[in-house]
Every structure is written in C-alpha cells, then in structure tokens.
Ligand binder design. Sequence first.
Ligand code: ADP
Length: 231
Amino acid sequence: MSDAATGTVLHLAGIEKAYNKGKPNEVQVLRGAGLRVARGEVVALVAPSGAGKSTLLHIAGLLDTPDAGRVEIAGEAMQGRSDRRRTAVRRAEVGFVYQFHHLLPEFSALENIMLPQLANGVTKTQAEARARDLLESVGIAPRAAHRPAALSGGEQQRVAFCRAMANAPRLLLADEPTGNLDPDTSDRVFDALMALVRDTGLSALIATHNLELAARMDRRVEMDAGVLRPA
Ligand code: ADP
C-alpha cells in the first residue's frame, strides 16, 4: 500500500550520506538508515553527538540530499524532484526547530510567526490571527510585540515552535529543541511543544540525548554506526 494510504508522513529508506566524498577526510555518516513515522506519531531520535542526527534531519526535511536512498513526505517520493518542488513541499509540510531559536532579531515574536505564512501566500490578517492563536496555545500571548532579545530563552524557543507550526505542516523535525535551556525550563518548554504537537495531530521526529525527554515520546530510535534501530 502507498504511504498516503497507510498514513505514513515520513518514510526514509536506505539513506546513505558521506561528507567530503572521495577525499582523504571522507566521513561516511549514514549507511542505509531507514525509518517510518506515522501520522500523529512522535519519535525520539537518540544518539550521541556526532552520530549523524542533524544530517538525517536535514535530509528528512529536504534541506540536503542523500547520496543514496529514498525520502518520501506524505506519500510523495522526493528523489529526482526539482528544487522548486522540494522547496514547495518543505514549506507546506515540514516545520523545523533547532537548538538555537534562529528568530529574526529585528521582528517581533508575532511577526516572526507571520513571516513564513506571508511567504506561503496567506493574507496578513489571517497570518496575524494564526500567529496570535499559536502564541496563546504556548502560553505567551502577552509577549507578542516583544523582539527576541527581550524574551527569555524558554520564551524564544516557544516562539520558534510557533513559527515551525505556522504553515500547519504535517511533519515537525526538531534538533535538540530544548538542549540550550536549563533542566526546569527545558521540561516546561518540552511540555508546551508536546501539547502543540498533540493538539495539531502532527508527526514529529525529535533528536535528543536527554533520555527523560525521549521516554515521553511514543517511540525511540537509536542511531548507531549510520543506521537506525528501535531503542
Ligand atoms: P549529530 O547531529 O548527531 O551531532 P551531525 O549530523 O551533525 O551529528 O554530524 C555527523 C558527522 O558528520 C560528524 O562527524 C560531523 O563532524 C560530520 N559532518 C557534519 N556536517 C559536515 C559537513 N558539512 N562537512 C563535513 N563533515 C560534516
């Protein structure tokens, strides 16, 4: 059956990736990694630093291409697609969150969440309404007009979650999303992220080396020697 019919939102198969290919400093990071993430499923990607988590997330999110293997998003095979199509699928279906918020410093929290929607053709009024709803749902509506520098680390990350969700993607990819926060803040911010994910029913692949956070997800996969295994 097709991925669309089975409700698979992300399907990776036989993913291989090396950096500096053919050079003396070649490093083979992925050696046939495979994974399926179902609709509404939250999967923890657990591995030590340097194992290849970011590499895998970038490939899954169409920011990089594998040397071999298949990437399917919501049933659409992405290999051989034009850059234009890959960008369109990424914009519509994928939300990214990083360890550092990467918010635009000269824009308010609200505007940071509106911008990806405006880039996607949504009207200003609609974009603002959705941005306010999202800020409300992570408990920081009163911070809407603040620029990132005037927000705490936890608040900045909440805004980054809202921005990732702005275009209602089907897939959230997160790379150590609370890795830069103190343990208490990390816990609360992670709760906010999970609530947002559950509310919207989206699928998520979240890289972490925090085993307590990993235990709160539906399923864990471990990256070892370039492949993924159930953990
Ligand atoms: P993780 O996210 O698990 O820390 P990464 O995917 O960032 O791991 O990196 C995996 C390996 O690939 C590391 O050894 C890293 O040094 C190497 N690597 C990552 N990006 C590049 C790059 N652009 N060029 C060369 N090597 C890289």
